[in-house]
Design a protein around this ligand. Structure first.
Ligand SMILES: Nc1nc2c(ncn2[C@@H]2O[C@H](COP(=O)(O)OP(=O)(O)O)[C@@H](O)[C@H]2O)c(=O)[nH]1
Ligand SMILES: [Mg+2]
Length: 321
């Protein structure tokens, strides 16, 4: 039987996780409460119930492909006699969602053979790239790793300043140039400096807004080329950041960036205060890329390693919360 609560996350630090699940209350409400309501009022599993379920799943931002997958699994389970009463529907959906999410639970581990380990942060404007870099910096520092930051978002002076603040707070160097500078040049400088100083991790910020998506992708490719010139094996992680509160837009961005860049990980931010957290399932189902972290608030400790079982328990628990 499925045991959702076995512990295998590699994040062993003591955490004050009193109520991070509560931050997902709005997403839980549109998914879990609604499914519960349907099930309670249904006499049997019929087409009406399945249609209503479909509407709930779509409304909770799971997207068409994922919704179809879940309904298909329910129909199969019903045919096979595994699911025969409405009460068995919720555990069946939960199990299917777990199957879908679990392969994406892969904690970001920093390979010490790569020095610097280069992490390139990508995503459109405002999704939380710079904030996530700051949070990660604190996490890595607490793990005893040395960190350097590259202010590759040169479009706005404020972006470099924002990175400087996180750098100062965590006492890590920030490589920056004046606004308008070539991001590839900033990252080139940072690579050299990180190698000279034997830094463990270099995190490069990038801009998320250009005139066209094509320009944005071309610029990212240039940054990657410059990194590779100094270390063939880098970047070691290309992490996409998406904002859950944008719902299906987050899924579209994930698709586009995945086509243009070789993404190796995704961080989903702003799961707090949105009802659209179900988009994480859509992203996992379609892209099958490791989900490294979730953001549930603005403080450093609000960036949590992604854990499939506790995410599902937060958003679709077996017992109503
Ligand atoms: N509530 C909440 N806000 C977040 C989270 N992550 C980032 N933010 C906020 O989102 C805004 C944009 O973040 P920023 O890092 O500047 O985005 P960037 O343009 O991608 O670099 C800031 O106000 C952040 O504090 C999160 O997980 N939850
Ligand atoms: Mg930024």
């Amino acid at each position: 039987m499925l045991n959702l609560f076995r512990k295998k996350s590699s994040d062993n630090r003591p955490v004050n996780n009193s109520n991070w699940r509560d931050r997902l209350a709005r997403s839980r409400s549109v998914l879990s409460d609604e499914i519960r309501e349907l099930i309670t009022s249904a006499g049997s599993i019929d087409e009406n119930l399945l249609e209503d379920l479909e509407a709930v799943l779509l409304g909770a931002d799971l997207g068409v492909a994922t919704t179809t997958r879940i309904l298909e699994a329910l129909r199969q389970a019903q045919k096979a006699g595994v699911v025969s009463t409405p009460q068995q529907v919720l555990p069946a959906i939960q199990a299917e969602l777990f199957d879908l999410l679990e392969p994406c639970e892969q904690y970001l581990s920093i390979d010490p053979d790569h020095r610097p380990y280069v992490l390139l942060m990508v995503g459109v404007n405002g999704v939380g790239k710079t904030t996530t870099i700051g949070k990660l910096t604190q996490r890595f520092r607490e793990e005893g790793l040395s960190v350097m930051l590259a202010a590759g978002d040169t479009f706005r002076a404020a972006a470099a300043e924002q990175l400087q603040v996180w750098g100062e707070r965590n006492q890590v160097p920030v490589v920056a140039q004046q606004a308008g500078a070539d991001p590839a040049a900033v990252v080139f400088d940072a690579m050299q400096s990180a190698q000279a100083k034997n830094v463990d991790i270099l995190i490069a910020d990038t801009a998320g807004r250009l005139h066209t998506q094509t320009n944005l992708m071309a610029e990212l490719e240039k940054v990657v080329r410059v990194i590779k010139r100094q270390d063939q094996t880098a970047p070691h992680e290309v992490m996409l950041v998406v904002d859950a509160s944008t719902g299906q837009n987050a899924l579209h961005q994930a698709r586009e960036f995945n086509q243009a860049a070789k993404l190796s990980g995704i961080t989903v931010t702003k799961l707090d205060g949105t009802a659209r957290g179900g988009v994480l399932f859509a992203i996992a189902n379609e892209l099958k890329i490791p989900i490294r972290f979730i953001g549930v608030g603005e403080r450093a400790e609000d960036l949590r390693p992604f854990d499939a079982a506790s995410f599902i328990d937060a958003i679709l628990p077996l017992e109503a919360k």
